[in-house]
Design a protein around this ligand. Sequence first.
Ligand code: PEP
Length: 255
Amino acid sequence: MSRKPFIAGNWKMNKTAAEAVETVKGLAAEVADIKNVDIAVFPTFLSVLAAKEAAAGSNVNVGVQGVHFAASGAYTGEVSVDMLKEHGITHAIVGHSERRQYFGETNETVNKRTLAALDAGITPFTCIGETLEERESGNMEKVLESQLREGLAGLTADQMEKTILAYEPVWAIGTGVTASPQQAQDAHAFIRQTLTDMFGTDTAEKVIIQYGGSVKAGNVAELIGQKDIDGALVGGASLKVEDFSALLKNASAVC
Ligand code: PEP
């Protein structure tokens, strides 16, 4: 089964709208020839519309860093799917570990947000991953399995195929420590096996599973060369045009 790799940049709480526009324009010019990798960036809510306009007609998709499950109401600071759809937003990160760590997101809220995005035709990039403590205490698989079983509860096979998963070991995010290609592949193989148990082989083989955690131009090729790694969710190395375009070109060269 060949899966088209998807590499996305999570800009977190970085860049003004003017900076986001400049970066998107520079990136779009640099990666215009890349056809074998899907590309997206995720600016802040305040920059996303300007960035999306700047990316129009290019192969750079622009999405958001979150989506709420309720249609409207008393959820200060949140944005609903209808608000996103009104502006043609089609990609959203769900359940990033920073949201779980600092903003109280749980497998249950990640599940509701993932389902809300799918119901609205928005592709969720649903994030999972263990902490260092969980890995070192031998609980990595247990943690990943409950994140998958609870976070993806109630999805149909068709919805699962439309969901992109990002495996991001928390200890590798923003630390400069990357999982080795073998460590990442082992986790991805476990994730795909769990998806097979939950949704069947046909569906599991179609799901794009990104790796995230200190991915850069110098290590992306080896990571995405692994059998079950289908792209990357990139933080720090997606912020500068030169870094992210080099990463995308290196990835494209081995796909
Ligand atoms: C991330 O925030 O999703 C991430 C993987 O960050 P970094 O690439 O900086 O480790």
